[in-house]
Structure formats: structure tokens, C-alpha cells
Design a binder for this molecule. Structure first.
Ligand SMILES: Nc1ncnc2c1ncn2[C@@H]1O[C@H](COP(=O)(O)OP(=O)(O)OP(=O)(O)O)[C@@H](O)[C@H]1O
Ligand SMILES: [Mg+2]
Length: 236
């Protein structure tokens, strides 16, 4: 008979438990997200990159933003609150501090909170690649879609090579979202002075007004996780 509750044994179990504990996950906790599956969250999971599918917005300022956005939601057709106008977030930190994790964690938390949510996520580099004029592709329409999307994640702003064209695209996108007061989650490795240099003063000025700034100043979690794995392997 198959044991449906089979547990990993010995060294593997200890290693797994240490890795989960190092990631801030209770190894004894059941892997059940909500009691009832939430269809919107299930649908969203398909669009969330594998690495961030269990991400939780555990930074207090990000969690507070999620609560604020959820509370401001307007009731939609089926009674569930939909996302409304609201403040945006600028998540700043050096590489590996967990910016992308917090951004996807915020989307998951909003869906878990029952907010009806149309959202899109892109890195700045992918955004410019996608919008670059080319035959048979309506970049203008894509830009308007992104500008109107109720919640937009722009990951790694300032990481792509900049030009007059990228500045103009960023300005048009951010300006529309600024004007319509649509919540936007922006992550960046750059401080404000460098970001201003990279994306232009007019975008930086709008971001300063429209966003709450969250600074992630921890270590590079990738290197910490790798060191932890090496330590565990050495003691197992
Ligand atoms: N709060 C967290 N709890 C558990 N794991 C986390 C947390 N934040 C980040 N991680 C993990 O740490 C690693 C780095 O996180 P992430 O990719 O979000 O960093 P980043 O700041 O976006 O880095 P980069 O600037 O290079 O894009 C990933 O493996 C991620 O799953
Ligand atoms: Mg990232």
C-alpha cells in the first residue's frame, strides 16, 4: 500500500528542514495556501515565474501597502473588491535582497485577500524589447495596455541600457499611470540619484510623488542560500 503521508527520512529530511528553516518557512507547516483554492490565485500562479510561486510579501511596508490597496478596492460585478486608484511602491535594494520576491508576493497576497485583479508584470529590459518598433507588431497598443492595466509590476527599472527612446517610453508609461493614479510596483537596484540619471528627471519626479519607498538592505539572499546549502552538505 502506498503511504500517502510518507515523510522524507534521515539526512534528506534534515537537509530539507534546514533549507526551509533558512528560508523562513516552517518545515512542519502543511503546504496548503488557503483552505479553499482561490480561482484567481490559481489562474495567476500560471503567470508567476516558478521561483516566486510561493512568494510571500513579508516585508512590513509591502504588507501594509497590500492591506491599503485591498481596503481601497471597489466592489466589482460579483461583489469581490476590484483594485482602485492608489499609491505605488518603489522597492529599492542591491542584487539578491528580495525585490522581485516582494513584488510577486504582493500580487499573491492581494489575490489571497480576495481582490479582483488584472495585473501584468515585466522587467524594464523586456518592456523595451517588446515595445521596440518592428513590422507587424503594434507597440503603441501594447504600451496603452500596460499603461491602463490596474496593477503593473516593472521589475529592474534602470537595469537596461538607456537611450532617448527608452526614456521616452518610460516617461509615457509612468506619466499615464501617474495621471490615472494606478498602483504600480517598481523595483530597482539603483538609488534615486542614479535612477534619475538613467530614466530622466521627469520620470524620477513622478515616481517620487506616486510611490512609497521600501528599502531592502539585507544581504544577497542567493549567496546566503548557497552558503547555507554548502554548510548543510558539509555536515550531512
Ligand atoms: N522574503 C523571502 N523569503 C524567502 N526567500 C526569499 C525572500 N526574498 C527573496 N528570497 C529568495 O532570495 C533569492 C533572491 O530574491 P530576488 O530574486 O527577489 O532578489 P532581487 O532583489 O530581485 O535580486 P536582483 O536585483 O538580482 O533581481 C530568490 O531565490 C528568492 O526566492
Ligand atoms: Mg529581481
Amino acid at each position: 500500500m502506498r503511504d500517502l503521508d510518507a515523510q522524507p527520512v534521515g539526512g534528506i529530511a534534515r537537509r530539507l528542514a534546514s533549507i526551509l528553516t533558512a528560508r523562513g518557512i516552517d518545515p512542519a507547516a502543511r503546504l496548503t495556501d488557503p483552505a479553499e483554492p482561490i480561482p484567481a490565485l490559481q489562474a495567476a500562479q500560471a503567470r508567476i515565474p516558478a521561483r516566486y510561486q510561493a512568494a510571500v510579501a513579508d516585508h512590513p511596508a509591502v504588507a501594509a501597502w497590500v492591506r491599503e490597496v485591498a481596503q481601497a478596492g471597489r466592489p466589482g460585478p460579483e461583489g469581490a473588491p476590484g483594485i482602485a486608484q492608489g499609491r505605488s511602491l518603489l522597492i529599492v535594494g542591491t542584487t539578491g535582497t528580495g525585490k522581485t520576491h516582494q513584488a510577486y508576493g504582493a500580487v499573491r497576497s492581494l489575490l489571497l485577500a480576495g481582490v479582483r485583479l488584472r495585473w501584468k508584470a515585466t522587467t524594464a529590459a523586456d518592456l523595451y524589447a517588446e515595445l521596440r518598433p518592428r513590422p507587424g507588431h503594434d507597440g503603441e497598443r501594447e504600451l496603452i495596455d500596460l499603461a491602463r492595466c490596474p496593477l503593473l509590476i516593472i521589475d529592474d527599472l534602470g537595469a537596461a541600457k538607456s537611450s532617448e527612446w527608452t526614456e521616452e517610453i518610460t516617461m509615457r508609461l509612468i506619466n499615464r499611470r501617474y495621471n490615472e493614479m494606478l498602483p504600480t510596483l517598481v523595483t530597482t537596484n539603483l538609488g534615486m540619484a542614479d535612477l534619475r540619471q538613467h530614466i530622466g528627471d521627469r520620470v524620477a519626479s513622478r515616481l517620487t510623488e506616486m510611490t512609497d519607498k521600501v528599502i531592502l538592505d539585507g544581504p544577497d539572499r542567493r549567496r546566503s542560500l548557497a552558503a547555507e546549502r554548502r554548510r548543510i552538505a558539509a555536515t550531512a
